[in-house]
Design a protein around this ligand. Structure first.
Ligand code: ADP
Ligand code: MG
Ligand code: MG
Ligand code: MG
Length: 399
């Protein structure tokens, strides 16, 4: 089994059986393909006797979403495993544990997190995760600081940047987030019910300028090693634990893209809740979501700032006023990227289940319009914002 081919469940099981010091030689293994993505196979393999289990994730050479006609590099499996190694070193408690990587098969072997739930699913069900803001702000602060020129030797960082050149996955982001939603592209996918608002967005050149400035940052600013796809479907949670998965889009990019991604997905769920809850329940859950989003920024700010004070490797960066300038720019980037991530999930190719699975058509339309209104305003206002409280005001006045 040397050269690449997509594994069958039998082959995945045989591969898992050969993992060194993992399963007993005579273990009775079961295997299920559980991937919900469009790009990869995910095999769950379990010993029926001991219950011990493992996950095998295999990259496919094409994107399933548009058939086999869209080829996609297998190198992303290497990027994913190398990013998991970096994140796992910086945040061992907050990253899925990497067990092995098999380049020939584009296969990543990792810890089974089936005792956790995907956060998007948990939020749709209206669950609360009291430690999530604390955990994800820690993940963001440490992974972004220590892979940037603030926390890493500048020459070493340039070498690292070369290991995470990820042109094909970056292009997906460049197209689906920073291009298609703003024009009548055949990649778009939106409900006819909101066509009026979508066409307004296509005509809005002031909005397009802000999107272009954010796109420019995504194209050119290698600030830190990003996860690159940090939505609530890339986070496994329980009430007490948070584990980040799926960094195949990792590359050196602008920090605000990761911070904005997670905040955007909380705000998409905020918009979606009009389809899931009513009255006091709705207001209550929404205030939980907004508190979580705010708290992520606030705790991130405190943690990143104290890493700056204690672990800075660039003495010029200690120049008075620079940190304040940097953090303000980072907040503005976060807000702008959050807005872009909201708009693309309504107009673009890839949607979120939070909104798409709302059963009632008129409530779904309302959620979509609210997400667009919030997203658009965050994009338009990003360069004038000075505090996270202004984001709260924007969200709460779009009704
Ligand atoms: P993709 O890149 O295709 O989105 P993901 O890494 O997000 O793949 O995994 C897709 C799905 O597979 C997840 O939503 C989850 O249901 C399952 N999965 C992935 N990794 C694990 C894991 N370590 N433990 C348990 N389930 C997992
Ligand atoms: Mg997926
Ligand atoms: Mg995924
Ligand atoms: Mg993925």
């Amino acid at each position: 089994m040397s050269s690449y081919h997509a594994l069958s469940e039998q082959e995945a099981t045989a591969y898992a059986r050969r993992l060194p010091d993992f399963f007993a030689p005579d273990a009775e293994l079961s295997c299920r393909e559980i991937g919900d993505g469009n790009l990869n196979l995910v095999f769950h393999i379990q010993d029926q006797g001991s219950g011990k289990s493992v996950i095998l994730k295999q990259a496919l050479p094409y994107a399933k979403v548009v058939g086999e006609s869209w080829p996609l590099t297998l190198d992303r499996a290497r990027i994913e495993s190398e990013a998991l190694a970096v994140q796992g070193r910086l945040c061992p408690e907050l990253t899925v544990r990497l067990i092995a990587y098999e380049p020939e098969l584009a296969l990543t072997v990792m810890e089974d997190l089936s005792d956790h739930v995907i956060m998007r699913r948990g939020l749709i069900e209206g669950r609360r995760y009291p430690h999530f803001a604390e955990h994800i702000s820690e993940f963001l602060a440490r992974t972004l600081f220590f892979t940037s020129d603030l926390g890493m030797n500048q020459q070493e960082k340039k070498i690292q940047t070369g290991r995470f050149i990820n042109p094909e996955l970056c292009k997906i982001t460049e197209d689906l987030i920073f291009d298609d939603p703003y024009t009548d592209s055949e990649n778009n996918s939106f409900d006819e019910a909101i066509r009026d608002e979508v066409e307004r967005i296509w005509q809005d050149s002031a909005l397009h300028l802000e999107v272009m400035l954010l796109r420019q940052k995504f194209l050119t600013e290698g600030q830190a090693l990003l996860h690159g796809d940090l939505h609530t479907g890339s986070v496994f949670v329980t009430e007490t634990s948070t584990k980040v998965i799926d960094p195949e889009f990792a590359y050196y990019g602008p920090m605000g893209f990761d911070v904005g991604a997670i905040i955007a997905n909380l705000l998409l769920n905020y918009a979606a809740q009009t389809g899931w809850k009513e009255g006091a329940d709705l207001a209550d859950y929404r205030s939980y979501l907004l508190q979580t989003a705010t708290s992520i920024w606030e705790q991130f700010h405190v943690k990143f700032s104290s890493l700056w004070d204690e672990q800075l490797v660039d003495r010029m960066a200690a120049t008075p006023g620079y940190k304040e300038h940097y953090m303000k720019q980072l907040l503005q980037d976060t807000v702008g990227f959050a807005g872009c991530k909201m708009v693309r999930r309504i107009i673009g190719l890839s949607h979120v289940a939070d909104i798409d699975t709302i059963p009632d058509a008129s409530r779904k339309e309302k959620a979509q319009r609210l997400a667009l209104a919030i997203g658009k305003t965050l994009i338009k206002r990003n360069r004038s914002l000075a505090s996270i409280d202004e984001v709260l005001d924007i969200v709460q006045t779009q009704w």
